[in-house]
Design a protein around this ligand. Structure first.
Ligand code: SAH
Length: 229
């Protein structure tokens, strides 16, 4: 079933506009064809009620059952030098159910705040694309960039993925906790000073075995483990 995204409801009709109309045309949805529309944390089974050049009005047939994540996970992702890699991480973190992604500026990350702020709208669009593909109905939040030196442990379990440090095995983390934060480094990793600062504040250093991963692989690996344990 094709899935679309709406931010407008009138009675039992959901309205698609702009990007969503384009997507709808690409899918060549026929009159009487059934499709899904995500609206405000719900997924509705719909068919076309009315359409014109700029708008599709969808008639709700029924509300569908959706899954919600059992864990609340915030990903603190140091901004990759190649911003395209961030696009991939945003997509994958959305699919995996992270509640929030916070871009982090660290010593070796991409550091131009203006350029990062300009990219946030694109990341929000990627979140919506990924939601439709994965049937996720609640958007992953994307915050404005923060400095690594400002990070504090605020969840039940607060992890730091640092491949330069002989940290805990993931098995030693309380995987049954309901809320997690995870800090993942940029392509060049963390400096020793950064690792020590975050460990000093109470983030638990975790080492994934057996190899050194790319940052985008490390984020996906830890999110999959935490979400499924
Ligand atoms: N350039 C570094 C690798 C950095 S990998 C080197 O040559 O060794 C980028 C980030 O991915 C790291 O900062 C860390 O957050 C994460 N990462 C990669 N492999 C990891 C591992 N085995 N365990 C924990 N974190 C890892």
């Amino acid at each position: 079933m094709h899935i679309f995204y709406s931010e407008e409801k009138k009675g039992n009709k959901l309205i698609l506009r702009e990007q969503e109309v384009k997507h709808f045309r690409v899918r060549r949805i026929q009159k009487n064809e059934i499709f899904g529309v995500i609206y405000h944390g719900e997924l509705y089974k719909c068919k076309i009620a009315y359409e014109d050049r700029n708008t599709i009005i969808c008639e709700i047939i029924e509300k569908l059952k959706v899954k919600k994540p059992l864990k609340s996970i915030t990903l603190y992702q140091c901004i990759t030098q190649d911003l395209k890699t961030m696009d991939l991480i945003v997509r994958q973190a959305t699919e995996l159910g992270a509640e929030k992604l916070v871009p982090v500026i660290s010593e070796r990350s991409f550091r131009k705040k203006e350029a990062i702020l300009k990219r946030i709208d694109k990341w929000k669009r990627i979140v919506i694309e990924a939601m439709k593909q994965s049937r996720r109905t609640i958007p992953m939040k994307i915050e404005e960039p923060v400095n690594l030196t400002d990070l504090e442990p605020t969840m039940e379990e607060n992890l730091l993925l640092d491949n330069f440090y002989e940290g805990l095995s993931v098995k030693d983390v309380n995987l049954k906790a309901n809320s997690f934060s995870v800090i993942v480094g940029p392509e060049g990793g963390f400096s020793e000073k950064e690792g020590n600062l975050l460990r000093g504040r109470g983030f638990k250093s975790v080492l994934l075995e057996p190899y050194t991963l790319r940052t985008e692989t490390a984020s996906v690996a830890i999110l999959s483990i935490l979400m499924n344990c």
